[in-house]
Design a binder for this molecule. Sequence first.
Ligand SMILES: Nc1nc2c(c(=O)[nH]1)N[C@H]1C(S)=C(S)[C@@H](COP(=O)(O)O)O[C@H]1N2
Ligand SMILES: [Mo]
Length: 323
Amino acid sequence: MLIRKPSDIPSSEITAQADYMDRRKFMAGAAALGAAALGAERLSNIASPQQAVQADTKLTTIPSKYSTTGVTPTSFQDITTYNNFYEFGTEKSDPARNAWRLQTSPWSIKVDGLVKQKKTFDIDALMKLRPMEERVYRHRCVEAWSMVIPWAGYSLSEFIKACEPLSNARYVQFLSLDNPKEEPWIKSVDLHWPYSEGLRMDEAMNPLTLLTFGLYGQPLPKQDGAPVRVVLPWKYGFKSAKSIVEVRFVKDQPRTTWNESAPNEYGFYSNVNPNVDHPRWSQKYERVIGAPFWKARQPTLMFNGYGDQVASLYQGMDLRKNF
Ligand SMILES: Nc1nc2c(c(=O)[nH]1)N[C@H]1C(S)=C(S)[C@@H](COP(=O)(O)O)O[C@H]1N2
Ligand SMILES: [Mo]
């Protein structure tokens, strides 16, 4: 059942990011795991029909000057059932079905590498570090679909200041939870775990970069990266690591999961750029999830529409080479 594809979504899209893998090896593992997980899945659907969405919990947020205006937020339903989170399967519908296994409490982020002093931030303290803002952002996946999401969080720069990085730290690396007990697909999906992403320090310090704890005014649903993730609206979605447990300040460009898997397809920068096609598809247009059909195909904007705030970060760089 894991390998069955909903007929309304072209398979070219669903498997886009996994296509480079050895299909047979990949599918054999996924199918075996799917069978094993089936019993537990059924149980979870009875025990937790809302799929780990804590609808009774509310976050207090303030409006943000960084919110994108003139856009229509995607429905909560679409945002929480059409996901990429390979620790819970490779189909868009898998994370909503499988992420109930994730234990988000207790949770903390370990901060290490080039810092004045190693620290651990407990999630409760982290959520109170700064007032949480609601930030409506466009969200563009490298697979040429998009959404609009009202996130809740504060600028990552506020957290970085609290981390006290040393002046020789040039990059920051994010590591997601790597726990096969809670994330069984880690054992069958052929990627280098833990999921790792990285940013240049100036990208990380840009006020648009959001340390994210919620969406639609409630804590992040597990399938969206609970309890804490980053969001970079001008980059393809895969730069936004979910369920982060460690932040490392480093001198050299860190390893990143998708770049390691297929370096010719997924660059380190991954800025949204309609002029640089993915080797296997165009990036000129995007499919807007949940939009009526006459608005469902939209031209993709340079830096996903956030060029005024971020283009200066890449001045003088060849964005074809540094894709
Ligand atoms: N740990 C982890 N983070 C991840 C991913 C993943 O598979 N694992 N997928 C990425 C991709 S490809 C996208 S498009 C976004 C999707 O976020 P969403 O499901 O909340 O829309 O998460 C990103 N962060
Ligand atoms: Mo993505």
